[in-house]
Design a binder for this molecule. Structure first.
Ligand code: ACO
Length: 427
């Protein structure tokens, strides 16, 4: 792009180039700012700062659009399997049948997890939050798979990716079984990626397991919709940890910890907890709508609104349909779900929410589906992590292949200056 941006400072004019993305978004390239002017920028929360150029995911919050590698999320959720989407995100192109079969078969070969990892899981209290257990187990994968990855070797990279894609769902399923107090199931080489996750989570030791097409199809969609969301908090964490050349498993483990927070992946849990609180208080949705609109009340309608999407969250539109299908097929009658539907209808027709463009986000419906599937509330963020894994891998791989510098922000120091040290016995 030929245009530049001019900055006047100390009577001097500095020019900085603009950089334009393929979807026409424009940024100011300030790489030379500090070297030329001695200045840094201050942008808490990085609300205005791009940390990298990326070819993986594009989202337009105003239009409510989300695309992976140029494909719309609607088309992918409608026609692709989660493993195809994972391949697309990580390797940049939709796989051919042969490529997908090889990817699946290589994952099957790596799907055993060292038995000693079970001892680590067993040592956690039953009430431990499964996200803490998952972060620890993923970190432990580094100890059980200590080979360092030569990022310039496609073969090494591929092997590391296949290893974590294979073992991570086993760990997620095991945290679920631990929460439920059930024996741990192993991966099955006869099943595709998503069906395998479902059998590891739901197969009982004392009966015949019959997979539900509707449940597995909804799970496939949920995982696809969570697979990447450009430079969000956990993905930025994975990239910044990986930028120190920490390995893939260690970087993903850090991403899990970032995702855990209620301002990020933990919101789906908060939605169900809010619905349960409304039910316990008599189920009066109008009372809670009024609280959400009252500026003197800190209560917010969880699952509504989004920092980036100021139009309908495109993921929510897709998952709402899947939620209806799952609830209908399972014939679920749950007062919590009735409260959810009531709130949704009231909010969609209420000028407060309409004027502020506060629509239900993906977390509003994902929690409802997970609950209908019998997944405990504290497991919801683990389900998010399961879906987000390919995004974390793709972003880590892109960062390493581009040989990005170590992430190390600057600051503006606002502390004390030049104090005289006073020895302990004189203070
Ligand atoms: N309930 C009631 N009012 C709301 C809500 C809500 N859920 N969300 C925003 N508002 C109001 C604000 O009070 C504000 O009103 P005002 O203009 O009269 O002051 C206006 O809408 C704009 O709100 P902001 O906080 O400025 O919007 P922001 O973009 O900063 O926040 C956020 C987005 C954090 C998601 C917010 O909508 C929220 O707290 N939602 C509930 C939590 C939630 O569902 N989080 C999950 C997000 S999706 C995800 O992370 C995968």
């Amino acid at each position: 792009m030929d245009q530049t941006v001019k900055l006047t400072y100390n009577d001097k004019i500095y020019e900085f180039p603009l950089v334009e993305g393929t979807e026409n978004e424009v940024g100011i390239d300030i790489k030379a700012l500090r070297a030329q002017t001695g200045l840094v920028t201050l942008d808490p929360g990085f609300k205005n700062s791009g940390s990298c150029k990326s070819e993986i995911t594009f989202l337009d919050g105003e239009k409510g659009e989300l695309k992976y590698r140029g494909y719309s999320i609607d088309d992918l959720a409608d026609g692709a399997s989660f493993l195809e989407v994972a391949y697309l995100l990580i390797f940049g192109k939709l796989p051919t049948s042969d490529q997908l079969n090889k990817f699946q078969s290589d994952i099957h070969q790596e799907s055993l997890v060292d038995e000693d990892l079970k001892a680590i899981l067993k040592s956690f209290p039953r009430k431990a939050h499964p996200m803490g257990a998952l972060a620890s187990l993923t970190s432990a994968l580094t100890a059980f798979n200590p080979e360092s990855v030569d990022v310039d070797s496609e073969e090494d990279m591929y092997h590391a990716i296949v290893t974590i894609m294979a073992k991570f769902p086993v760990l997620c399923a095991w945290t679920h079984r631990k929460v439920k107090g059930l024996p741990l199931n192993y991966s099955s080489n006869d099943l595709n990626y998503v069906d395998n996750i479902a059998q590891m989570m739901f197969r009982m030791p004392n009966g015949t397991y019959t997979p539900s097409t509707t449940v597995n199809s909804a799970l496939n969609k949920l995982l696809i919709l969570h697979a990447d969301h450009e430079q969000n908090c956990s993905t930025s964490t994975v990239r910044i940890v990986g930028s120190s050349h920490a390995g893939l498993f260690a970087s993903v483990s850090a991403g899990i910890s970032a995702l855990w927070g209620p301002l990020h992946g933990g919101a789906n849990q908060a939605v169900i907890e809010m619905l349960e609180a409304i039910k316990a208080d008599g189920g009066d949705t109008k009372k809670y709508m009024a609280k959400a609109k009252d500026k003197n009340d800190p209560f917010r309608l969880m699952g509504f609104g989004h920092r980036v999407y100021k139009n309908f969250d495109p993921r929510a539109r897709i998952i709402k349909v899947a939620a209806d299908e799952v609830l209908n097929e399972m014939g679920i009658e749950d007062p919590i779900l009735d409260i959810a539907k009531g709130l949704e209808q009231e909010a969609l027709n209420d000028p407060y929410f309409v004027d502020r463009k506060l629509y239900p986000n993906v977390d509003f419906y994902s929690g409802i589906i997970y609950r209908a599937m019998g997944i405990p509330t504290e497991m919801f963020t683990v389900m998010f992590a399961l879906g987000r894994l390919p995004g974390w891998i793709a972003q880590w791989r892109e960062m390493r292949k581009n040989n990005e510098p170590i992430g190390r922000p600057r600051q503006i120091y606002t502390g004390e200056v030049d104090l005289t040290f006073v020895p302990l016995d004189k203070r």
